[in-house]
Design a protein around this ligand. Sequence first.
Ligand SMILES: C[S@@+](CC[C@H](N)C(=O)[O-])C[C@H]1O[C@@H](n2cnc3c(N)ncnc32)[C@H](O)[C@@H]1O
Ligand SMILES: [Zn+2]
Length: 283
Amino acid sequence: MRILPDQTILEALQCPICKSKMELSPNGASLFCFGGRKHCYDFSSGGYVNLMPPGHTDGGDAKQAVRARRDFLNLDLYRPAAEALCDAVCRFVEPKGSRLIDAGCGEGYYTVKLAENGYSVAGVDLSRAAADLAARKAAREGLPYAFFSVSSVFALPFLDQSADVVVNVFAPCAEGEFSRVLRSGGILAVMYAGPTHLMGLKQALYAQTKENDGRADLPTGMKQLEETRICFDITVSGQENLQNLFAMTPYYWKTSPADGEKLKQLDTLNTPIDMIVAIYQKQ
Ligand SMILES: C[S@@+](CC[C@H](N)C(=O)[O-])C[C@H]1O[C@@H](n2cnc3c(N)ncnc32)[C@H](O)[C@@H]1O
Ligand SMILES: [Zn+2]
C-alpha cells in the first residue's frame, strides 16, 4: 500500500517552479499547482514525488550508500540517538497538529520515528533512491500519512512560514531556507557528529586518528535554545553489518584499499557513538 500524504502537509506545499500552492488530483495520483494546474508531479509507485525541476539529474547519495544505510539503521543500534532527537523536539513543539520537515531525510529512519510521536511529517531528500526507501518504509511501518519528495534542502517545496519544526540530521544545513519555511518561534533541530563519533571504526581503519571537527554550516542567525550530547557504545557484529556501517560514512570514499582491507578481517567492532542535538529557534 502506498503512503498517503497528510492533509496538514498538503496545505503547506509550494510548486517548486511557479511557487503557487499545490493540490492533490482527485484520484490522488498527482500534485498540481493550485488554480491553473500549470505544473503536474506524479507520485511514484513507491509513494514519493519528484519535485526537482525537469532535466535535473539524480543527486544526493547513490543507491548503494542509501541501501547500506537502510540496512545498518534497521539494526536499530542508533535508537538512543533517535529517542534523544524525538525527546528534544517534543520538549519544544507539541506533536499533535504540528508540521515537521525532515530536511535530508535519507531512508526515513528518523522521519518515521518523529511521525510515530505524532507530528505531520514531510521528508525531503535529493536522492531518489532515498525518497523511495523512505516512502516504502513509512507505508510498511503502518504510518497512516506522511509525505516524501525528491527536493533540495536549499529549495524546499513549502510555503513561507509554513513549518513548526525543521529537522536536519547528518545532512547539509541550509539555514536561510530553513528560516524561510519556519514560522516565527518555530524550531530547527540539527543532529551531527560529536568529537568521538565512530572513533572505534576510525581506529580499525587507520594507524593514526583524530577527533572530529565541529560543523562549519551550523546556524548563525537563529537563537540556540539547547545543545545535548548523546554518547553511547555500540557493538557491530558480522562482516555485512560492518561493511554497511563503513559504506554510510564519508570514510568509505577516503580510505585506501589497504586500510579498507583491515575492516574485512574483523568479525566484531565496538565503537563510541557521539552525536549532538542542537535546537535553534526562529525569532
Ligand atoms: C548522511 S545522509 C543522512 C540521512 C538521514 N538524515 C539519516 O541520518 O539517516 C545525508 C542525506 O542528505 C542527502 N542530501 C545531500 N545533499 C542534499 C541536498 N542538497 N538536499 C537534500 N538532501 C541532500 C543525501 O542524499 C543523504 O540522503
Ligand atoms: Zn507551478
